[in-house]
Design a protein around this ligand. Sequence first.
Ligand SMILES: [Zn+2]
Ligand SMILES: [Zn+2]
Length: 350
Amino acid sequence: MKALVYEAPEVMNIRQVESPIPGPDEVLIRVAYSGICGSELSGFLGHSSLREPPLVFGHELSGWVESVGERVPATAGLEFGSPVTVNPLVTCGRCRYCVTGRQQLCEHRLLLGASLPGCNADFVTVPAASVLPLPATISLRDAAMVEPAACAVHAVELSAAGPNSAALIVGAGPIGLFLLQVLEQHGVTERYVSDLNPERLAMARALGGTPVGMGPNGTAREVLEATGGLGVDVSFDAVGRAETRRECLASTVPGGKLVLVGLHSDETSLPINSVIRSEVSLWGAFAYSPANFRTALDWLASKRIGLREGVVEAPLSDGPEWYARLVAGDGTAKVLLQPGGSTGPTEVSR
Ligand SMILES: [Zn+2]
Ligand SMILES: [Zn+2]
């Protein structure tokens, strides 16, 4: 099969590799779409200890069941050709976190495209328990965006934001745009968004967000102005740089919450005394539980959330160029690679 292989920092090539064979509890999936995730860009640059070459990236996917292992029950709804998406966070199901519904913290968690071969390929094998058959109301294109939507579902759940909350999102990439929509589902109408990229800010505005400035002190100053000097009840940093984390903190009302989602920088200095004096809670939000993933699928399938603008479909062979463009700051919200090229598989389609 064809696979897009990360071979060294900033080097990815299409290679012919062995097609994977599903184990007894696994499913072989023919990949329809594989989304490029912002979290993979640092890996592409060689800055991620989680992604060592040679590696096939990709953890946001949709596709069709090609074959199943011998122990996968016929009742699983995974017949040949069934359209599916996949929860790419593979967890043990037995540790203290898994048995309390916090699988994202699993002691043995593995991620497709990092610790397991990813979906930037014609085929990928995954545990049958990670596969979700698609309802008829969702396209394969939208189904490839369940994963980033699930990250937003989880972060908003942690924030406990509701109808009386004012919220700020810093970073209007796919996670930020989904945060905006998930907040709306929680009844949050006062939603400020900042981003350096004017295209992304325009997308946020189209989704009901109120743009606020970025740059030195721009975000916090404008948020405080807009909220009568109070600040927002919850802020979400979907970038992860020192300055975006600080802007979020400075924008958050005393007693409010700052939810940290973006992973750009490992270490950041923050004015901790002002965290103490203002009793702002700092929350890390990582990935999603299976329940969050299911919610994201349901909401995308019922069109309660979804990205229309700024989504590009491209053949897998254009992957290296798109990773490089996104690293350079291209404003496209989401790039969906198609291993089958523009035609896709011929024997089964929907
Ligand atoms: Zn992702
Ligand atoms: Zn576990």
